[in-house]
Ligand binder design. Structure first.
Ligand code: NAP
Length: 308
């Protein structure tokens, strides 16, 4: 197993920026190149030292790279893959960090040459911030990175990518793309949609004026507003490209909501109590698994990361 000597980051936002900072923190002997859509982001990434060299195009940025990371919104993955394909080095690995996997495989895989490995991935870590300045060296610490390798994946290429993510602080697991997409809806996509909805409802209700929402916002609602401040482009693309799994989970969510609604209307306190006891236990198992802390938090501290 070898280590990457040259990593190309396509897209230089929160996730790519965090990967760069984590590579630097790990003391990797690696040359990092990159590109982003706008000249402003490219200049900022260079200024922040996220890349050793920045290029105007993805085609130039990937030349000679051993690992190419597609860190752009889901909807841009296919176009970027088509652009870089003729410029990839034989034996290189292309991965991505997209929050949806089946749609990315469909969009990217057909462009990848036979002599290049394609191993999709999704680091389950993020924040509501975006752009190169949002990067955090510790973002992936103790978080899962889910890889969805094809059945005939080159085992050396897979082992190298796994060890790369572990060096960035992550834990790695393999999964089928469709299963990943269902899991991602339950733990991330649906919660985001619900947060967007709740904040939208509050905004809509005439008797709860915006000022009251701002002034008296309690921790629960503040957490919703934090999630609902997430990048609109990213989340539009997530829902457009993970449609079936999202609709399936939302159907289940609506059924549960109706059951709770009915319990409230009929005064079924036992139902509500048992339901909330069960959900409290889930919270306990997340803390026990080391995926959150039990610290009292009146609206999230400075290291508030949200799994996405
Ligand atoms: P971000 O901070 O908004 O950064 C996206 C980057 O992609 C920007 O540098 C943007 O350039 C660039 N870009 C957009 N379209 C491009 C194109 N056609 N060609 C080249 N560059 C392009 O987003 P992010 O949060 O890092 O998300 C990147 C990916 O990670 C997404 O696929 C997302 O689903 C996934 N992800 C996100 C999170 C999260 O919490 N944010 C967590 C896990 C995975 P400009 O700045 O010039 O527009």
């Amino acid at each position: 197993m070898t280590q990457y000597k040259h990593v190309a980051l396509i897209g230089l936002g929160l996730i790519a920026g965090s990967m760069s900072l984590a590579m630097r923190r790990a003391g990797m002997d690696v040359h990092i190149t990159g590109t982003a859509r706008s000249a402003e982001t490219r200049a900022k990434a260079l200024e922040l030292g996220l890349v050793d060299a920045v290029f105007d195009t993805a085609a130039e940025a990937v030349k000679g790279a051993d690992l190419i990371v597609l860190a752009v919104p889901i909807g841009a993955m296919g176009t970027v893959a088509a652009e870089i394909a003729p410029h990839l080095k034989a034996g290189a690995t292309v991965t991505d960090v997209g929050s949806v996997k089946a749609a990315v495989v469909t969009a990217v895989a057909p462009h990848i040459p036979d002599n290049v490995h394609f191993i999709p991935g999704h680091p389950m870590a993020g924040t509501e911030k975006s752009g190169p300045e949002a990067g955090l060296a510790h973002l992936f610490d103790n978080r899962w990175c889910l890889l969805t390798p094809p059945e005939d994946v080159d085992q050396n290429a897979l082992a190298t990518l796994k060890s790369f993510w572990i060096s960035l602080g992550a834990m790695v697991e393999e999964m089928e793309p469709d299963h990943h997409d269902l899991v991602a809806v339950v733990i991330s996509h649906a919660p985001h949609l619900i947060a967007y909805t709740m904040v939208g409802v509050a905004d809509d209700m005439s008797r709860v004026t915006k000022q009251e929402v701002v002034n008296y916002s309690a921790a629960g609602f503040r957490d919703f507003t934090r999630i609902a401040a997430s990048d609109p482009t990213m989340w539009r693309d997530v829902f457009l490209h993970n449609k079936d799994a999202t609709l399936e989970v939302l159907g289940r969510f609506t059924e549960e909501l109706f059951a709770l609604q009915r319990a409230i209307r009929t005064g079924d306190g036992d139902f509500l109590f048992d339901y909330f006891t069960r959900t409290r236990n889930i919270r306990r198992s997340i803390i026990d698994a080391g995926q959150d802390t039990d610290a009292v938090d009146f609206g999230r501290g400075p290291h508030a990361e949200d799994e996405t």
